[in-house]
Design a binder for this molecule. Sequence first.
Ligand SMILES: [Zn+2]
Length: 361
Amino acid sequence: METPFLFDAHVDTLQLSLDMGVNLAQTSPGQLDLPRARAGGLGAVVMTAWVHPRYCKPENGGAFQRAELLLDELDGLAQRAPEQTKLIRTQADWNEARAQGKLALLAGMEGGHPLEASEAKLEHFAERGLRVLTLVWNNHLPWIRSCEPDAGPDVPAGLSAFGRHLVRRMNELGVLVDVSHSGTRSFYDALEASTKPVIASHSACFALNPHRRNLDDDQLRAIAGNGGVVGVPFLPSFLDSDAQATSARLRDTDDYRGLAASNGTELEVVRTAHMQAVMPPLSIQRLIDHIQHIAEVAGVEHVGLGSDYDGITTTVEGLPDASSYPALIGPMGERGFSREDIAAICGGNMERALLASLEAS
Ligand SMILES: [Zn+2]
């Protein structure tokens, strides 16, 4: 079948632009750039400002400032490539991008720490174009607990009253709530607080691999009840327990520890080249297993894609970078998904959640 509209709900590419001076309108040493996105038929992508928690320290510039700089890179990319891309703020922007066949760029943020527990800062980011917020990363915040097991002393069990208020503010501001990385209680609290569908932009199935970042069947059904969407990630460690163990073993080696680069982002690029070379391939069929499981448990209208490109050091076989999304289509068809199902999974479902979020409250 012809490549359907493709929507990737989570990539961490902006840091390559900021820290390595990569012009994403040309060719990147990472996993996503405009030429490869075009080759892969990508129609929309959430470009996430992933802020390492070390930036929370004022001496490192602060998390708010780091997010600002990353989002500046997205603005710069959209300005440099106006023929190919459209930065999405409104439903009208979205409709224009779709009509003109431009890559729809959405500003995302991974982890609420750049908000610095300030509603005014959420409003600031929304005003400058933030449209998707992953509430928490692997570091707990005063208003939300992440899925990491070790709870700090002042961490709420789920979302605090302020956290719930922020979720409702996001609903009002047209910022899509993303519950990937949330602790279990935070996940349910966010769904309860949100008046709109939420997404789990890059999470797989706990039933297929009991990884703390994955969603169990009750959570999948809750997403369905909320009208939301789960974006299946392309990271073997999330998809498969053997791959997870192998990856952990390969990172615990002198070869891996000896890798070096001039900054953290460049180091991830070096680590990716190394890991892709040494990791045994994980079949694309394993990724399709997760798509199928979500479709069976939650319904096909609640499955999407969230590759996590440029946030992952290994990828599933056949999906090395943004030029490779069409490799998913044949295997989905062989599993019995109809053309309509495949179109919904590849982009239609995420589009529905996004448009609901962009709707004026
Ligand atoms: Zn993530």
